[in-house]
Design a protein around this ligand. Structure first.
Ligand code: C2E
Ligand code: CA
Ligand code: CA
Length: 605
């Protein structure tokens, strides 16, 4: 007898009998100062004429290390005797100050020394605060490929005003970012498929552009470039071929940018570019050049040449956006416009009255969500997932609803996009989780699934609290499945992989939602280690009438089967669709045909 997914992992639960239904659900920076800091003395950077002593330059050279002493009020850095050689410079002048040195850091660096000091805990009297960071160093006027990776370990000391006044330490050359021995390596910040920055580090890196543009009094541009025919490519040739084209696209985008520009993978087929020293006209010209460069030549893939076309939304900063998250929010708005029928392929964001109206609306909905959270008017609707063989409910999915004071139920589509923009989504997810866990507590044989959003998934505090709750209630954790979409898993592959492992370690199960709607390669599906796959309802809905959809869903089912993953088909709306899916061996069915999502009376105020 096949052990079904929703079978409980503890003996004596519903898992023992697959045909048995799950029970009814009722049941902060240093500043220049005039005073010399009363800091402890710097490390002695030995003069090379000490005859009896061994030559420090030779020793340091041989181990690829050098020392420095940085006086923050004057910003002057004194370097060890071998520093120029170590960094591959003709003279030390190019890195003689903190600012000059910071200008050489590559954009995919984790942190600058300045940031590390600003972040470090306040040092006690005497010893100073320790820091250890890694970053890429690009010698001035050299290409990005000349980057060397540096580990910088030091201590900083405060002056009489309590601010950092002096730092000294040791820098050494370490392996490249993908080197195994780099425990703090930024490879966690690179997209594994394309080698471009991932989304998580994009925002952090964009901050450097604000600092640089302020210093140089220049504008820069943030672009979001989306492939507009990725879906067709996925469908025709499959994900692995689409992956090959995406990897080629990333290389070509990088090849068409300047050294200090930034290229990051923003989402599946969406790339973020940050371009130094660009005003409006230059941004438009650059975006059009990129579009032409991508369209000009197809990409080589194992299935033959694949053509990709781009649409680009952009914003000029700091004129039209003064924080990284705003820039990309505005670039998204512009990209939405560029994707409208008959729209130009490049649209640049311009502040407008209509947009202001949109913001007012956003505020209104956010207020409504906050009130609903305060007044316990966030409720859950449950929809059954039935065992395909028996037709009996094996589990239920908890779907959020906002109940207005007049009793009207507001669906997720009306609140979640705003909740995501205004940062309230984690609070909603947490509330839904609590409600679901309460329900599981009351109904000991119930199995429930809860949806998690991308921001919750990427929020370490959220995940830590969730794990705490699960660990405290192992019997409940066992009956809980957490669903998140393939798109949000793909936004940050490393984070998603970690989170999945963590949730499973806490005893819960994890399902990939909306499979087919995003861009998941076979490789990633395997890597993510999901327990269950849910095929996106949009492809299931028309199975009876669409040959294309039948072919596509069948491919997805085969893919999941190949990995030994049970499958749920969503949006099953009629008997014919249910029958096709049953014949394909799909394990679970969910949809209006078997029961729409409903709020139980017990949840009424
Ligand atoms: P989802 O996770 O894919 O959930 C399934 C959606 O399909 C639900 O919409 C459900 O009511 C709808 N549905 C079920 N059967 C059928 C059918 O036969 N035909 C059609 N056309 N639709 C069907 P709902 O409840 O409006 O939720 C929409 C989305 O909102 C969910 O899609 C999920 O992505 C998100 N969501 C819902 N609750 C939560 C939550 O608590 N947290 C987060 N982060 N997202 C949630
Ligand atoms: Ca779901
Ligand atoms: Ca879904």
């Amino acid at each position: 007898m096949q052990l079904r997914y929703f079978a409980s992992r503890s003996p004596g639960r519903i898992g023992a009998a697959p045909a048995r239904a799950a029970p009814d659900p009722d049941g902060e920076s240093p500043q220049k100062g005039e005073n010399q800091p009363s800091a402890p003395p710097p490390p002695s950077i030995a003069a090379p004429d000490a005859r009896d002593a061994p030559d420090p330059r030779a020793i340091l050279d041989s181990i690829g290390e050098t020392v420095y002493d940085w006086d923050l009020p004057s910003d002057r850095i004194r370097w060890g005797p071998n520093a120029a050689a170590l960094f591959g410079l003709a003279t030390i002048d190019a890195i003689a100050s903190g600012r000059l040195y910071a200008d050489c850091l590559s954009h995919d660096s984790e942190s600058s020394r300045h940031e590390a000091i600003a972040r470090a805990a306040s040092p006690g009297d005497g010893d100073g605060g320790a820091f250890r960071i890694r970053y890429g160093f690009v010698p001035p006027d050299r290409p990005r490929e000349a980057t060397i990776w540096i580990e910088d370990a030091g201590r900083w000391f405060k002056g009489p005003d309590g601010r950092p006044a002096r730092a000294h330490g040791l820098v050494r050359i370490v392996a490249d970012p993908c080197g195994q021995e780099r425990p703090l390596a930024p490879h966690a910040r690179l997209d594994p498929l394309t080698g471009a920055l991932n989304r998580a580090s994009l925002f952090e890196q964009t901050a450097h552009f604000f600092a640089r543009s302020a210093k140089r009094k220049e504008n820069f541009a943030a672009l979001l470039a989306a492939v507009d025919n990725l879906f067709a490519l996925n469908r025709t040739h499959g994900y692995d071929v689409a992956d090959e084209a995406i990897a080629g696209l990333a290389r070509r985008l990088r090849g068409n940018c300047r050294e200090r520009d930034l290229v990051a993978r923003y989402a599946g087929g969406k790339f973020a570019l940050v371009l130094e020293n660009c005003d409006k006209a230059e941004t438009l010209a650059a975006a059009n050049r990129l579009i032409e460069a991508i369209a000009a030549t197809p990409f080589d893939t194992s299935a033959g040449p694949a053509s990709l076309s781009l649409r680009i939304g952009g914003v000029v900063a700091p004129r039209n956006g003064r924080a990284a998250h705003l820039l990309f929010q505005y670039a998204e708005e512009a990209l939405d416009l560029a994707r409208q029928p008959n729209a130009p392929r490049v649209v640049l964001y311009e502040p407008s009255a209509a947009r202001e109206e949109g913001r007012m609306r956003l505020r209104k909905i956010s207020d409504e969500i906050l009130a609903a959270l305060d007044e316990d008017r966030i409720v859950i609707a449950l929809q059954p997932l039935v065992d395909a063989a028996s037709g009996l409910p094996a589990s239920y999915e908890a779907l959020v609803r906002l109940r207005r004071p007049d009793g009207m139920l507001v669906p997720p589509a009306a609140i979640l996009p705003t909740a995501e923009k205004s940062g309230l989504i984690q609070r909603i997810d947490a509330r839904v989780l609590d409600l679901a866990m309460q329900k599981l507590d009351r109904a000991p044989r119930l199995q429930l699934a809860v949806n998690l959003s991308g921001p919750s998934l990427r929020d370490p505090d959220f995940m830590a609290r969730l794990c705490e709750k699960l660990t405290a209630r192992p019997e409940i954790a066992r009956r809980l499945t957490l669903e998140f979409s393939e798109t949000c898993a793909m936004d940050d592959v490393e984070a998603a992989t970690r989170v999945i492992a963590m949730l499973k370690h806490c005893g819960a199960r994890v399902a990939m939602d909306d499979f087919g709607a995003g861009h998941t390669s076979f490789r990633n599906l395997r890597r993510f280690d999901f327990d269950l796959v849910k095929i996106d309802g949009a492809f299931v809905q028309n199975l009876g009438t669409s040959i294309d959809d039948r072919f596509f869903v069948r491919t997805l089912v085969d893919l999941a089967r190949h990995l030994g993953l049970p499958v749920v088909a969503e949006w099953v709306e009629d008997a014919e669709t249910a029958e096709i899916l049953r014949q394909w061996g799909v394990e679970y069915l969910q949809g209006d045909f078997f029961g729409a999502a409903a709020v139980r009376d017990e949840d009424a105020p």
